[in-house]
Design a protein around this ligand. Structure first.
Ligand SMILES: [Zn+2]
Ligand SMILES: [Zn+2]
Length: 262
């Protein structure tokens, strides 16, 4: 079975067809999906989905692209993450691609998330875009290695992957790895140790080949796994087993209400 380690199933276009997406997950052997928060408004809906469906886990946090939102304090994030289906803090990180100008608020927000993750002992979901250097230095300065976590939708170089791996982080591949143009990323997917790899859709974005350009959903994570199996010359089964074990090892809180699948 497969786990989608990062999706936004609570977004209106996806959640309006929830039954369909659950059926597709069952058909493709996708046992679980982690629904990742991007803002305050989405969190109650994510928690409700996670409470109602054993397939779903939740995270709490605020995405670096969400400007002008009231910031979370460390205490508030800690309180929200006490919910038993919340297994991670994020998504958080830096994004210098989408926004310009003085982004010191982004860096401060990122630090708050790292402090909360360390305090509650739940791993971080880190988004980094055109900002790898600052992302890694803040991770160092705030001792993110104590919380660990995942570099989600990874699109950076081998060197950045190595730096994150050295801090105990996992690397998650999205549908981008299936794109013909992503030759460097395909190399990273071969480079990362199998016991540190995760797979994700980042749905509704970034549908993998052969669905590129369409709306993405958790069942399609299987195609990310297929690409990794091809690249590493291992069986799809091995990718399924490794990435599922990795998920439950990293997100230890997920195992509390779950039996780890064999
Ligand atoms: Zn992201
Ligand atoms: Zn995301």
């Amino acid at each position: 079975m497969f786990i989608d380690s990062h999706c936004h199933l609570n977004f209106p276009d996806l959640v309006s067809q929830l039954d369909q997406h659950l059926a597709a997950m069952a058909k493709n052997n996708v046992s679980h999906a982690l629904i990742v928060a991007v803002d305050r408004a989405g969190i109650p809906g994510i928690l409700k989905l996670a409470e109602q469906h054993p397939q779903f886990f939740a995270s709490v946090g605020m995405h670096p692209d969400h400007e002008n939102e009231p910031e979370f304090s460390v205490e508030e994030l800690c309180e929200l993450s006490a919910h038993e289906k919340v297994i991670a803090i994020g998504e958080t990180g830096l994004d210098y691609y989408r926004l310009e100008g003085d982004l010191s608020w982004q860096r401060e927000r990122f630090r708050v998330h790292i402090r909360a993750a360390r305090q509650v002992g739940k791993p971080l979901i880190i988004h980094t875009r055109s900002s790898a250097e600052d992302t890694l230095s803040i991770m160092q300065e705030e001792s993110a290695r104590d919380a660990t976590g995942v570099m989600h939708c990874f699109t950076e170089s081998k060197e950045v992957a190595k730096a994150a791996l050295d801090m105990g982080f996992y690397i998650s591949m999205s549908g981008i790895v299936t794109f013909k143009s992503a030759q460097d990323l395909k190399e990273v997917a071969k480079y990362v140790p199998l016991d540190r790899l995760l797979i994700e859709t980042d749905a509704p974005y970034l549908a993998p080949v052969p669905f590129r350009g369409k709306m993405n959903h958790p069942a399609l994570v299987m195609h990310v796994a297929e690409e990794i199996a091809n690249l590493r010359q291992i069986t799809l089964d091995e990718v399924a087993r490794a990435t599922t074990e990795n998920f439950f090892r990293l997100f230890a809180a997920a195992s509390v209400s779950e039996t780890v699948p064999a």
